[in-house]
Structure formats: structure tokens, C-alpha cells
Design a protein around this ligand. Sequence first.
Ligand code: NAD
Length: 500
Amino acid sequence: MNPKDLSQQEMARIGFLSKRSHGNFIDGVFRESGSGKRIDVVDPASEMIVADTPDSDGGDVDLAVGAARRALEDSAWSRMRPADRERILYRLSVLIEEHGDELSAMETLQSGKLQGVARMIDVGFSAEFVRYMAGWATKLEGSTLQPSIPGPPGSKFHTYTQREPVGVVGAVVPWNFPLAIALWKIAPALAAGCTVVLKPSPETPLTALRLAELAAEAGLPAGVLNVVCGGGTAGAALCAHPGVDKISFTGSTPTGRSIGHAAVDRMARFTLELGGKSPMIVLPDADPAAAVMGATMGIFLHQGQVCAASSRLYVHRSLYEQVVHGVARQAEGMRVGSGFDAGTQLGPVVSRRHFDRVMGYIDGARREGATTLTGGGRARDAGCFIQPTVLVDVTPDMRVVREEVFGPVLTAMPFDDVEEVIRQANDSPFGLAASVWTTNLSSAHRIVPRLKAGTVYVNAHGLLDTNMPFGGYKQSGFGRDLGRAAVDSYTETKSVCMSV
Ligand code: NAD
């Protein structure tokens, strides 16, 4: 790391990074990878290397899965009193908050996100979510059933269900909310009594490693949470490992599809949280000022690298100019810079590779006939900064409208008729989120059931709640994170039938 680029205060907050090379966290200790290969972690604002972590292989994964299996079967964890699991998870939520400065600084350094976003989501929401899941450890339940089983006169049966931990969980997560999404997997799995091997993104492994240390400090026994760093090789090895009972994946749709196939081959359980191309529909009776702010936040929060980003904006023709030009004006006024600077409103995208990908979509859209209302270029001479971009004159068949860009790029389209806009909104392989903007309650209730998306917002977009299941229809996923649905997905239901 080059200390010149970070203030002393920032450096002090990231004590973990006084060491540059990090190992995997397996069975309660940091270990070197057997692969001998390393991956650099790069700050996308300065494009300087800030750390390196292992590019793990199947051997490392095997060690971690072995540790998780032993912890499941031999250690106290799955047999621990639920109240003790709850206490440890609660303690972890406190440690996440106590180390909030350090964790949020690490998130900004490795992903470029604004400190405020890291604080609010990766630290604040995560701590709240771990607390929420801590509570579920003591509340899992089965049911007593009324059987109609035939038998000889006088026979009687007692039947009931109980929930049991699914076993060893392999969690594979992306780079956009590294700590938060890791905890979306880890917290419900631990609440249910499972053990976990986490494979963070190669771009953003640092907070996962620090989290593993904090979890140990909170009292998690060795082997219950393991972190194996690396890229697709490590991820694929984890998903294919016969010792993994459930795979919990968040990432792109193509990777998710291949993981789903591999999981079905050996009948491993799986949850997939995948990509999105979420529509935002502004009806003629919407509050235009609220729609402008909603669309601006919906697409530019975290540089558009949000799975539920409102990347397709459909505005009724009567409000089209007002809303779309309003968003463009907001975009033009955004201060682009380092996520560490308090005044910054838009940081860099995560990497040079992703910068090139997003710019490729913008250039391709122009070639296909789109007009750049604002933005469309790089925002600074150095670093992975892209101008907040609004594209108009787009058509439903353009790649920029159909595919997930995952960057600060909005496509805006006018509509005249509600039936037409519902059809266009649903005309996508994705179905993660959607929003309707209206002051008419009746319109909202009529449209919500017709939108094919896992979460539909009214006069809001992209909000999360610990208690609200989150996941996708269609190619946006399979299963749900958050809420009770998540903890249930880390259990198997056992039916017990007793002749009494
Ligand atoms: P990605 O699919 O490239 O990678 C995700 C993870 O999978 C990484 O850890 C990667 O190393 C690993 N991986 C890569 N190939 C693998 C393989 N063959 N087998 C197993 N693991 C493999 O996605 P990304 O670029 O890191 O993240 C961006 C994507 O994540 C976007 O599509 C975004 O929409 C999606 N996402 C979805 C949600 C959601 O909740 N639905 C949330 C955040 C991000």
C-alpha cells in the first residue's frame, strides 16, 4: 500500500492491513494456500495494490470443507444450546459495530465504495441482520400433525416435524457488498446450526478474512466458519465438493447457472441470488420530484453496482422530459472521487476489467443508436471512474436495455399506455426487483401483482429489510435471502412418525 494516498487516520483504522499478505482462515487459524499462487487486491480509485490473498485450489477447499465437516459432527456447534448460538451471533453483531470504522475503511479500499455506503450497508445493515438472525437460533420450530394413518383398532400415531441443520454450507459471494452478502449467507446458516466455508470474491476478500477473526473473538468454535480466498477455480471446487451439503451463491446469472447444474448433479441443496435489470415505472400521476430522486438513487448508488439497481426507467410521456432531464441534472451535479472523501457522491467502479466492461456497453449503445443525455465517458484521468450516464433514444432490443451493465448507466424510455409498459417491464430474462411510482393506491395494487419480480416497490426502489425475503423470479435466482425464508433454507425438514 502506498501510505501517501491514505491519511494517517484512515491507515490507523485498517490495522488488519498493516500486514500485506493474507492466508486463508481454516479451522480457526490463518494458513498459507497450497497452490502457491496469489491474487492482488487493488484499490480501484488509485489502482494501487493494497494487499494480496491466496488464489486457492481444490486442496485448500478440501482442507476447509474437512474442518467444517469436523466442526459440524464433532464440535459443540450443532449440538450447542440454541441460546448459546444466539449469544455468540449477538456478540458478533456487537463486534461488527465496534469495528465499523475499520471494516468500512477496508470496504472502501478494496471496492471503491463511498464510506457512507459501507457504513450504512456493509456495517450497519450487516450488524442488524446478524442480530435478527441471532434471534432465529432460538425460534426454529416444527409442527405437530394430525395423522390419518390406517392401523388396527386402538392404534395411535404421533407425527411431527423438526428442523435440522442442512450441514456444511459452501457460500460463494460477489464483490459489490462483500461483507453484507457474506453475512446474508453466514448468519442464517449459523443460526440454523450449520458450519460454513465462505469463498469471497477475488477482488474483495479482506473484510471476509477480518470477519472470520471477529467471529472467533465472538466465541465461534474453530472450523465453524472458514474462509478460502480465490477465484473461479476455488469457487467451482467448493461447489463441486462432495462434503458440501448446500451451496449458497450470489453472483452473475451465467456463474449461477453452472453452479445450479453442478449442484443438481449431486443433489446438493442450493440457493442462487443472481443478476437483475430492474424496471422503474413512473405513472402520469407520480410525484415527479420523488421520481427524480428515486431514479437517481436507484441507478447511481454504489456506481450502479447493485443487483436491484433501477437500470430501466420507463416514464409516462406526460412526465418524461421533466423526470429524465431531472435525473440528468442530478447526474451532472454529482461529485466523482475517492470513496474516502466526505463530499464524494460517486466513487470508482470496482476494477479496471469492470470499467472496460461498462464502457463497452456505453459505446455499444451509441453504436446501436442511443443518445447520451449526460455522461458516457471516463470521469477522471486516473482510476476506474465512470461518469454517471443517462442514455435516451434506446429501444427494447438494444443490449444495454436487455443485459445487466452493473454500472452507473441508466436507460430511459417514454410510454403512453400502462398495458404496454407492464409488457415492456416484464420483457426481460431477469426478475429481481421492480418499482411503480404513483399517487394512486388503486393503480399500485393493480400493477404490483402483474410485475414478474421477487421484490416490487411502490414509490421506493431497492430498499432492504432484515425481515423481508429478497431474491429473484426467472433468471434472477432460486430461493430467497433475508427474513425467515433464509434461515429455513439452511435446514432440512424431518418428519417423525411414531406408533405410540
Ligand atoms: P460472478 O458470478 O463473476 O462471481 C461471483 C462469485 O463466484 C465470485 O466469488 C467468483 O470468484 C465466483 N465464481 C466465478 N466462477 C465460478 C464458478 N465457475 N464456480 C463457482 N464460483 C465461481 O459475479 P460478480 O461479478 O462477482 O458479481 C456481480 C454479479 O452479482 C451481478 O450479476 C449482480 O447482479 C450479482 N448480484 C446479485 C445479488 C442478488 O442478491 N441477487 C446481489 C449482489 C450481486
